[in-house]
Design a binder for this molecule. Structure first.
Ligand SMILES: Cc1cc2nc3c(=O)[nH]c(=O)nc-3n(C[C@H](O)[C@H](O)[C@H](O)COP(=O)(O)O)c2cc1C
Length: 396
């Protein structure tokens, strides 16, 4: 599978005027599965493997203290620091999704390989498996496999713009053929009992916008939720996501609508909810750059404010992630995974370029960790961090 480059940066930052009263909902129920809070880690090929998914869930854990109390005084103290020990734990990421998986490949794989391929950890629940393909029967077979593997939901990808996928009529290629989509919906729906959802783009091009029609079709076919990445296939990742189309889809159907596209901060998440009325927010590219985004949204919802990670937080985050990778795959350093993630995680850090260079030149996992240690040891510790560390040391 060709990897989608992460260099799909935002053309223009969105400007927010955050209406204070609107927050990300505490929960959404998708076909009987509770997603709490109503936030979703977007499927990202080459990114959202089991290690990354668990990592995001962990980075998202926050204390539920004050949650849902509209009158709660916004307050940030050491107990709410990004890396602070916390109680009453809950992950701020309500649902995670696998990278897209070929239905064709899955139905042809030997069982042992399939099990490895679809592996996930118990603490990843609720988790949705995303499939792509174009043949209704093969997709139905693959959905059954996913259900048997214990996934909580199955999702159909109608958004992937990659030429290789589109040329086989998969991903966004199918957006040009609604009757065919109807057959897929029908076959997959009949094949599984778990919630069935679809993630799509607005249409193939501005001349061929189908999202409202497609959302209605999904509802009529018994799907349990829809997720819209508010761009056309032709748009790729350019321009801004057009959230007004998420609002149009929300107006047209009763099943939950998950909004997606260009959410990079808690303010963005709340603005999307306010402007579109969508039931949940899905976040993709912001997560590798800021793995705390789900936690920040949860904090923002509870307290009206949220923490920015300190460089110590970043240090622990990078180290924890690398250790998780090494536990999973001894060759992770040379395999490039650590290098790939180092470049996202250190984006925007002063002197980050030097660290990235050292990581790229490292020849083993241990050398990568040494480079990370050396970099952060040389970072000046700010007064605020000192203060926070003192508070934590004092057990406040
Ligand atoms: C590297 C990368 C891989 C992606 N892979 C998938 C995928 O497997 N399935 C899918 O439905 N969307 C995929 N997407 C699209 C995202 O799920 C999401 O719709 C898109 O990035 C817009 O959301 P964002 O602005 O929050 O990033 C991918 C995006 C990126 C950047």
């Amino acid at each position: 599978m060709k990897k989608v480059s992460m260099k799909k940066t935002w053309d223009k930052p969105r400007e927010n005027t955050m209406p204070a009263a609107v927050r990300v909902p505490a929960a959404v129920v998708i076909g009987g599965v509770l997603v709490a809070p109503a936030t979703v880690l977007a499927p990202m090929a080459g990114v959202t493997d089991t290690v990354f998914r668990r990592f995001i869930r962990n980075a998202s854990i926050f204390t539920g203290h004050g949650r849902g109390d509209a009158g709660a005084t916004p307050q940030i103290d050491a107990r709410h620091l990004v890396e602070a020990p916390i109680s009453n734990q809950q992950s701020g990421c309500g649902l995670i999704m696998t990278e897209f998986t070929s239905a064709d490949g899955l139905s042809r794989m030997r069982e042992s390989k399939r099990k490895r391929y679809l592996a996930y950890d118990e603490d990843e629940h609720p988790i949705s498996a995303q499939l792509f393909g174009s043949d209704p029967l093969t997709l139905a077979d693959a959905a059954r496999i996913v259900e048997d593997e214990g996934f909580d939901m199955v999702d159909l990808n109608l958004g992937c713009p990659a030429k290789r996928v589109v040329s086989c009529n998969g991903g966004s290629g199918l957006l040009r053929d609604l009757p065919h989509i109807a057959t897929i919906f029908e076959r997959v729906r009949a094949a599984v009992r778990i919630p069935f959802t679809v993630k799509f783009r607005m249409g193939w091009s501005d001349q061929h916008i189908v999202c409202v029609e497609l959302a209605r079709l999904a509802q009529e076919s018994g799907l349990n939720a829809v997720a819209l990445h508010a761009r056309t296939r032709e748009q790729g990742y350019s321009g801004q996501a057009r959230w007004e189309f998420i609002a149009a889809v929300k107006d047209a159907i009763r099943i939950p609508v998950i909004g997606n596209g260009d959410v990079r901060s808690p303010e963005d998440a709340c603005t999307m909810i306010a402007e579109t009325g969508c039931d949940a927010v899905m976040i993709g590219r912001a997560a590798p750059a800021n793995p705390w985004i789900f936690r920040q949204i949860a904090q923002y919802t509870a307290f009206g404010t949220y923490n920015q990670p300190t460089s110590m937080d970043r240090y622990h985050m990078i180290r924890d992630y690398f250790v998780m990778l090494m536990e999973e795959d001894q060759n992770a350093a040379t395999g490039g995974r650590m290098k790939q993630f180092a470049s996202w995680f250190t984006h925007g850090l002063p002197g980050g370029a030097v660290l990235r260079k050292n990581i790229y030149e490292a020849k083993s996992s241990t050398e990568v960790l040494t480079a990370v240690d050396a970099f952060f040891a040389a970072q000046p510790t700010s007064e605020t961090e000192n203060e926070a560390e003192q508070l934590l040391a004092a057990g406040v």
